[in-house]
Design a protein. Sequence first.
Length: 198
Amino acid sequence: MLNKAFFLGLLMLISISATAQRPQVKVDCKIYQVVYSEVYEQPLSVSYKITCIDGKTPRKGLDFYTNDSIKTSDNRDYEGNVWDKGHLAPAAHFNCELSTLKTTFSYLNCVLQHEVLNRGAWRLLEAYERELSKTQKDISVVINVDFSSFDKLTTGGCVPKGFTKTIYVAGKPFECYYFPNTDPKTNDFKKFLVKNCK
């Protein structure tokens, strides 16, 4: 006959397993794919294809939302600091329909990004991607988030060191950029080009 201590131990094991944070969770959000870290409460990578270059759906009233089955960052991580809720798959790339626009507002697609970077060079590079897709077919983008060092906020989210963005044309690397997650002091995104695409 199994004793009470065994059942208590089993219950504790189940409880610990249920709350263990996963280092990587792969999620297909249809318009973008994400590898998410519950440990960092941040995406590790996001990839997408540009499908909408001149959509006009307004984002008024939209805000980031959490996921029931994945532990993500939340609004508390972005309060009272310099970190923006940075879209990795840009809202402006998917605003041809309200449903796809809403999908970009998941915290699965949201990163703790320095506000000056997000609103400056990063935003301008996103606009460049849309312009590029007018003359080049089959534009896709992969963003890798650099956690080689990071700061952990008291609220749980981890601030990454930087971001690598690779633009592909017809499946081949076209341009690569690396942005430290700091105030870049320039909006010229070309200053962040790297020579070798990995």
